[in-house]
Design a protein around this ligand. Structure first.
Ligand code: MG
Ligand code: MG
Length: 260
């Protein structure tokens, strides 16, 4: 069942989303060769708790950590561990915060030092596909328009879209209806209405679309072991247009010293 949010509820979700966005900017500060994925997780948990919120992922279906940290060919749901980031890695950090009963959810894929042109392009295209999906998240459109926007952009650039994992409704719970696939048909599916809040999260593979889940029962890897990227925003569909509740501007300020 889809739960449409009031303006008041959306403002509550926005607060959680801002905290998640600031958390990812804290992460940006420590992304460098030698940083362990567990250190990223500790920072995420501390920063969220220091701001009076609860890490939404911790304990969710028994997930053991506050952040999903997925390096290179790990698509999503990487369990933080002793692995130390290396120059040239890409690392997706995904986290959620629950504040005042509302959940915010966002993910960003960081470059560790200098990365290859191939990986740089993968990050760009994935992020562009998220932006195109957000543009499609407007009243009167359908869910398929969002899904199509991602798939069309990704495949036009020679990459592939993961099928097994999808975006989702978000707000009172981390995962609500509806599912938001990153592939689909224009003009199909649920009609988008004012008050729908969804996490849009393209997961884009440089090679083939097939993935598998590791023996840890969480980490999803590309089958061809080529890199994968993941960017996520929480977005409210409003009569006035899409309202992006999370933001990457704090990360950009950390990385480039300016908002982009
Ligand atoms: Mg997420
Ligand atoms: Mg999500």
């Amino acid at each position: 069942m889809i739960y449409y949010k009031t303006s008041e509820e959306i403002e509550g979700i926005r607060k959680s989303c801002l905290l998640v966005s600031r958390t990812l900017a804290e992460v940006a500060k420590i992304i460098r060769p030698g940083t362990s994925t567990l250190k990223i997780d500790k920072l995420v948990e501390e920063f969220i708790r220091d701001h009076g919120a609860i890490p939404s992922f911790l304990g969710y279906r028994d997930f053991p950590n506050a952040a999903c940290v997925s390096v290179n060919d790990a698509v999503v749901h990487g369990i933080p561990a002793n692995y130390e980031l290396k120059e040239g890695d890409i690392v997706s950090v995904d986290c959620g915060a629950t504040l005042g009963g509302y959940v915010g959810d966002s993910a960003f894929t960081f470059a560790v030092g200098e990365i290859s042109d191939d990986k740089r392009r993968l990050l760009e295209v994935t992020r562009e596909s998220l932006n195109k999906a957000i543009e499609a998240a407007k009243v009167g459109n359908r869910l398929g328009d969002i899904s199509y926007a991602v798939q069309e952009h990704v495949e036009r650039n020679g990459y592939s879209v993961v099928r097994e994992l999808v975006g989702h409704g978000v707000g009172k719970s981390l995962h609500e209806d509806p599912e938001v696939p990153n592939y689909g048909k224009r003009g199909h599916g649920l009609k988008l209405q004012d008050g729908l809040v969804i996490a849009i999260e393209p997961m884009v593979n440089m090679g083939r679309k097939e993935v598998f889940t590791a023996d840890d029962n969480w980490t999803v890897y590309t089958r061809d072991r080529k890199p994968s990227a993941h960017f996520e925003h929480t977005v409210a569909v409003r009569k006035s247009g899409p309202d992006v509740l999370t933001t990457f501007k704090f990360i950009e300020e950390e990385v480039f010293g300016m908002a982009v």
